[in-house]
Design a protein around this ligand. Sequence first.
Ligand code: PLP
Length: 451
Amino acid sequence: MKITGCFIPQSIGHPGILPEFFEALAGLDLIVLNFAPMTTLNTHYQKLKAGYLFPEIARRVREFSVQNPNAKIIRLGIGDVVLPLPLSTRNAMKKAVDEMGEPTSFRGYGPEQGYDFLREAIAKHDFASRGVTIHPDEIFVSDGSKCDSGNIQEIFDIGSKIAVTDPVYPVYVDTNVMAGRTGEVSASGHYEGIIYMPSTAENNFTPALPKEKADLIYLCSPNNPTGTVMTHEDLKRWVRYAKENDSIILFDAAYHAFITNPSLPHSIYEVEGARDVAIEFRSFSKNAGFTGIRCAFTVVPKELMAKNKSGEKFGVHALWNRRHCTKFNGVSYPVQRAAEAVYSAEGKKEVDEMIRYYLNNARIIREGLASTGLKVYGGVDAPYVWVKTPQNMGSWEFFDMLLKEAHVVGTPGAGFGPSGEGYFRLSSFGFRENIEEAIQRIKSRLGTPAR
Ligand code: PLP
């Protein structure tokens, strides 16, 4: 007896295929048919809001440029740095590349968590220098805070309730949507299941603590997009909340280097008790111009615990280490040497100069816009200036107006969350002459005195 078994692909339904298929089966006595289901996508991805912010900005700018090929557009939208890499970091990288060219100093895979030389430099210069104890083995070196702040959620239960400030760095929300931790997005732009904490001028960009229990709380200071910086008191309030509610704070300090006010905290661990309740993300992207080089780190203190399903406590450090070693193979040696050079005397000087340059840009933006009567926030200890749109204009309406009439591109606040509607973000990451020209153009469009 001739027997065959086969999967029937979806394409068999095609009228041109069906006769050939039956011809091929002729002469068989028994045919076992099994219908192969088509591969299913992660359906949670389909909940993501269509037209993500930056592609939509790019689309509008492209359309405008095609229609106005002579317009000199100035982009103050995306938060990418423009100043070149500090010399100290380039020299360190070149030296490391040469080492890699010698059999005696060549290195292959490094430790997934980062080389000791960099972890020790971070612990000393970023934390011990501010009176904070972070052990080198609590530092996980990575290729970016975007990845770390996006990936961290996967070591927590899918049922974890997350809380975000609104507006917010979109990565925190979208990665939880992708994981399936939320429901659908509503017409107002809120995902079902997420606790949104509005952060607006009305509450001085200091959102109230959630009334319900949040398991994971994303905080970002200095804030992207509002440019607000949390004080010691703010952080203490959150640490207390986290202790009372058995929550974990995910603290993103990617912009800490922009803090110049000595009374403001750079790290959540400057608050007593934070080691028990917080993870901190840091990056070399914005202080040392590493957006294209890629180096960052995440701090997970050994005291930080979470429960498993049976209520037993488990060290989060061990779990993140497991995740990191399974899915990541370390940052390249030359890049880690470059990051180490950021902490050298020369490196610190160069970083200071770059930060001062961007903060001066921020001042020019702030003062220029304020002189037109616009209400501006942030941009003092942060690279972002958060602007209230005039005459209750919508964020996108203001975006279109600035693009068409001043040829300046910013970021509509609504793209960062529903409470960002009616606001606009301008970034100080630009060359001085462009910043000055952009502000001049906006001023002549909006005019003085105040509208
Ligand atoms: N965290 C915040 C708040 C950011 O705004 C950004 C980049 O814009 C990042 C993290 C990303 O940092 P990295 O370049 O290290 O991935």
